[in-house]
Ligand binder design. Structure first.
Ligand code: PRP
Ligand code: URA
Length: 212
């Protein structure tokens, strides 16, 4: 597994505002979107391309276009939805599939409650969006889902991760083409499985608290 942690003052600046408990939802949503666009630049470094020939007003030349089949972007509902606009801003030709997952806050085990993905992902590059990589349970389940359907490689874009979650994803995906692009790698998890210092519950901060 390849792990890339963004090392850029703009990313750290925007994450600092995102972490601040006084930042309201509208600002939080705008910043999450801006951060994804910054991380997407690194996440798409290995996006598959094909050579195309074009005519400029001056001459004929070769360039690159995103190859077929188009990449698939998969936001993990609910919080990953807050990252979708920022990602497709940079990759407008991508297709989008959806996976709804929720972590049981007592057992910390994830479960899938919604799914709208192509049944055959053969040859597809997939980009999973989820702001928080905590225990890693949700991301491991999402990656398994995509590889089981034939995806060739998966890149996860997360705003904040705990080392425990990164280690869990690395162990579970050994031998598979997986890349994780992070805005920050934090200290660890607290006794409730929350990332420290983290930003709290990403879904609640984006959309407000919804009782289970
Ligand atoms: C959050 C987050 C991840 C998951 C991370 O989602 O968006 O999907 O928890 O935790 P893990 O690494 O320990 O699995 P949550 O289950 O709270 O659902 P939500 O997006 O609907 O708020
Ligand atoms: N899910 C979140 O939204 N935040 C965390 O810190 C851990 C899991």
């Amino acid at each position: 597994m390849h792990v890339h942690v963004a090392d850029h003052p703009l990313v750290t600046h925007k994450l600092t505002v995102l972490r601040d408990r006084t930042t309201p939802s509208p600002t939080f949503r705008a910043l999450a979107s801006e951060l994804v666009t910054l991380l997407a630049y690194e996440a798409t470094r290995s996006v598959r391309t094909q050579t195309v020939r074009i005519e400029t007003p001056v001459t004929s030349t070769e360039g690159l276009a995103i190859a077929d089949p188009k990449p698939l972007v998969v936001p993990i509902l609910r919080a990953g939805l807050g990252m979708l606009d920022g990602m497709v801003t940079l990759l407008p030709s991508a297709e989008v599939g959806f996976l709804g997952m929720v972590r049981n806050e007592e057992t910390l085990q994830p479960s899938v409650y919604a799914e709208r993905l192509p049944s055959d992902l053969s040859g597809r590059q997939c980009f999973v969006l989820d702001p928080m990589l905590a225990t890693g349970g949700s991301l491991v389940a999402a990656i398994d889902y995509l590889f089981d359907r034939g995806a060739t490689d998966v890149t996860a874009v997360c705003l904040i991760a705990a080392p425990e979650g990164v280690a869990a994803v690395e162990k579970a995906t050994e031998g598979r083409a997986v890349t994780v692009v992070l805005g920050a790698l934090d200290q660890g998890l607290d006794e409730r499985g929350y990332i420290v210092p983290g930003l709290g519950d990403a879904g609640d901060r984006l959309y407000g608290t919804v009782p289970a």
